[in-house]
Design a protein around this ligand. Sequence first.
Ligand code: DAH
Length: 339
Amino acid sequence: MQEKLKKIREEALARLNAAASAEEVSEIRVAFLGKKGALTEVMKGMREVAPEDRPKVGEWVNSTRKVIEDTIARTQQAVAARALEARLASETIDVTMPAKLPRTGHRHPNTIALEELERVFIGMGYEVVEGPEVEYDYYNFEALNIPANHPAKDEQDTFYINDKILLRTQTSPVQVRVMEKKKPPIRIVAPGRVYRSDDVDATHSPCFHQVEGLVVDKNITFADLKGTLAQFARELFGQDTKVKFRPHHFPFTEPSAEMDVSCFKCGGKGCRMCKGSGWIEILGCGMVHPKVLRMSGIDPEEYSGFAFGIGLERITLLKYEIDDMRLLYENDERFLKQF
Ligand code: DAH
């Protein structure tokens, strides 16, 4: 019996000594101390031991159990400590490593250009207003002196919702909406999306942006228009910028003009940017047509006004020397990151 117990003890201690994980230790506990464990089997053999020997044998069994239990406890601790050490070693954080920079977005080049433009006009006392993109034919054409059979309607073919409602082709209808609601003096700029059924190319898009301007008050003359737009051009493109007005035609202004700015790249000598002419066209403008004033409820005998329409993309492309409008809409990060 003593031999048997000694063997059990040695075997248990040897296995515990080699145990590498908490699972292994608990397997060993089951194998020796469990219900069907080796030591329990010995206890079951007590019946065959002579009664006078039982206390002694009982003592052997107990001391063997105690040694194994103590060793299990010690081994468990050692295994846990080793596991913790291994985890600490594998999960170390190097606090001296540079941090990952958060990726922050920024404004789109079109938005940057628009905000700069708004800043200039707000500085001159203008208010920024907006109108609907889905517009009545009346505001988009009729009230702007473009009757149903007018050829200018062809040039601005657009997307019709029905006979009376369309996606606006220009921001000019906002002029009418403002004049109907507000008594002069009026000084507004109205930025927003406009739509035309154009095919996409380097200079066209079926959806683009305009900024409308309108001033109505007593004694507003073409001199006010020229002074205002020249000042705007200098603030946007630099103090040396010159402006030139070419006669043009818009149904809702009379007289009408297009404004060119001297090329800010070559200073007017002629380069790739201005296609050799020294001038770059940036907007349409004119004195608000008396018929338009009257239709909007403003007496042209008492008031006069000027208006202008700027293509926002054109300003953005010029400002950043971008040669293809499509880049503005493609959401290519390699492009957008540059602003
Ligand atoms: N609405 C015109 C267009 O889309 C641009 C324009 C020209 C607006 C002259 C104006 C203006 O207010 O006075 O072509």
